[in-house]
Design a protein around this ligand. Sequence first.
Ligand code: SF4
Length: 439
Amino acid sequence: MEETIHNVVCTVCGCCCDDLEVKIKDGRIVEVKNACAVSLSKFQNYNNEERIVKPMIKKNGEFKECSFEEAIKEASIILAESEYPLIYGLSLTTTEAISKAVELAEALGGVIDNTTSVCHGPSLIGVHDIGVVTCTLGEVKNRADLIIYWGSNPVFSHPRHLTRYTVFSKGKFRKERKERKLIVVDVRRTATAKMADIFIQVAPNQDYELLSALRMAIKGEEIYLDEVAGVPVNKIEELADLMVSCEFGILFFGLGLTMSLGKSRNIDAALSLVRDLNEKTKFLIMPMRGHYNVTGANEAIAWQTGYPFAVDFSQGYPRYNPGETTIIDILNRGECDAALIIGSDPAAHFPVSAIKHLTKIPVIIIDPHKNATTLISKVVIPTAITGIEAEGTVYRMDGVPLECKKLVEPPSGLKSDEEILTEILMSVKKLKGEEKLYE
Ligand code: SF4
């Protein structure tokens, strides 16, 4: 039997392109249209040799396959017996699963953090300080005549961002490339910079200085220097003129701005720049979120706790203090005594000091594929792949929720992240004798 499923949401990057067409034949994906190369690679290779199809528990240093019931029971005992467990990951799963993870963190009196902690955390801290003037990607597509990418290279990181939402998109009021100006600010001439009308090469770690100079130029204040952050002042003034004279401008910023020296202060300066610009024209700002549902992780955790990441329930109520309640800080201080990792691979990406503590505590991982963290885990629970074998809600980088579909059946016995987390939550409540309290 053959069928084509339309309007499929891609579960790779924060663009969450929802126009894929997927042809299914005899329960297998045989063709994908409208996908970029990164997306195509996921749809073609999701069932590769790294796929895990059986749960495993490590005993005497060796993994032994087990039933789902045994894996859930072992995971629940580890979590229920721990004093300060950590739940982390959550940017590669559904919003429904994230909600269950928050309930679990509360029931355990632990900490829940998501990958924002190590990517756009400073962006959110900047938003807490200044506020944000933003919009949807649809508005950008229809109206933007000036597009700036700052510290972001979407040609590689978000391959369809330019064609679906910005310079090459066909909007309602801006239909052609020549109706939009593209400016790239980066420390090097990236693939995206090569397509730009204007490329501004900022000196490494001097974004804050350049943003501050732009704010001065926009206010008509004199800059008594020849250059700022490696950029000649006449170029800064030219850029300020372009920003002020556009009809609808948007500044997309990536980790090049968020994670360079200054971090949340860079974002304060960028948000303030956009706020200043709105006294003269219409200007918006948006972070280039990486994983397909990292925005959903922030949304769902914030609905339930008031905070977007790094939430600590150990006092019986939600506390948020980045630098104290963020995963790397907790691991570096050796404070947590168990960890549940959902759809993430901290052992491959975290500093050695943090990984060292992970190797000393029991780790439970819920993931469809093997990775460095599965190797150091005590319990491995395989799962159905969101957007291919499991449905659910994800949030695009502009905060628009989209429903991703189940396209094919997962390998026998595999459940969604939401189902697995629900089972662990029920089992933990039973072990803690709190079942009635939480019902
Ligand atoms: S740009 Fe991102 S969301 Fe869109 S198809 Fe490519 S990987 Fe998927």
